[in-house]
Design a protein around this ligand. Sequence first.
Ligand code: ADP
Length: 243
Amino acid sequence: MIKLTNISKSFGKHEVLHRINLTVEKGEVVVILGPSGSGKTTLLRCINYLEKPNEGQIEIGDFNLDYKQANKKDIHNLRQRSAMVFQHYNLFKHKTVLENVMEGLIIVQKFSADAAKQKSIEMLEKVGLGAKLDAYPSQLSGGQQQRVGIARALALNPEVILFDEPTSALDPELVGEVLDVIRKIAKEGITMIVVTHEMGFARDVSNHVVFMDEGIIVEEGRPQDIFGAPKEERTKQFLKRIT
Ligand code: ADP
């Protein structure tokens, strides 16, 4: 359902992604692993057009786009199909939890205020924050703020949710609650691409692991194969260091 073809991205002279090809099936939970600086976040941001690749194509469902020729309508279309959960949550500080989730529904998806409110409450209940609707982000723990970020992404009903290191800014004792919410929505069959350093989570929850290094996909496969019997030397070295 998602197909990336020959995605390349440079910042100045520095080529960060080199002709990436990746296919993601509907309902898959894809985990992207790799050393810092290998291009994982940039790849995720390209899917959502937060970065514009220098070259490449993307297909999501029945929509496809050549990045070189994308116009405003295409970009809007792409963003309707994907939602991002950020490392630092990116919530509006002066809006309540409920308003944070409603915002995208009203502005981007043109929901009425009532419909947006109803949908937002439903999503916040799903992530366990039904009692915090009127709180402001500063009154919440990091784990709760990230759960708002997840509710906001879910509310948009995207074809894929992109998670950019969703637990790496959290204190260790708050990581579990966020991973539990991601696990729960993964079970509902929502397609996800997750950049993470949480190896336990990658093993348990994903069904497709991608290992990147220096802007290329070095190896990909099922978690049991990548963790149990990696083929490439670079993957072996990385896993040895991190696990
Ligand atoms: P990872 O997520 O694997 O840690 P990133 O995608 O964040 O890697 O970064 C890959 C490389 O691209 C790094 O060398 C980083 O410094 C560089 N990079 C990322 N974003 C920018 C940017 N906006 N401008 C310049 N260089 C960038």
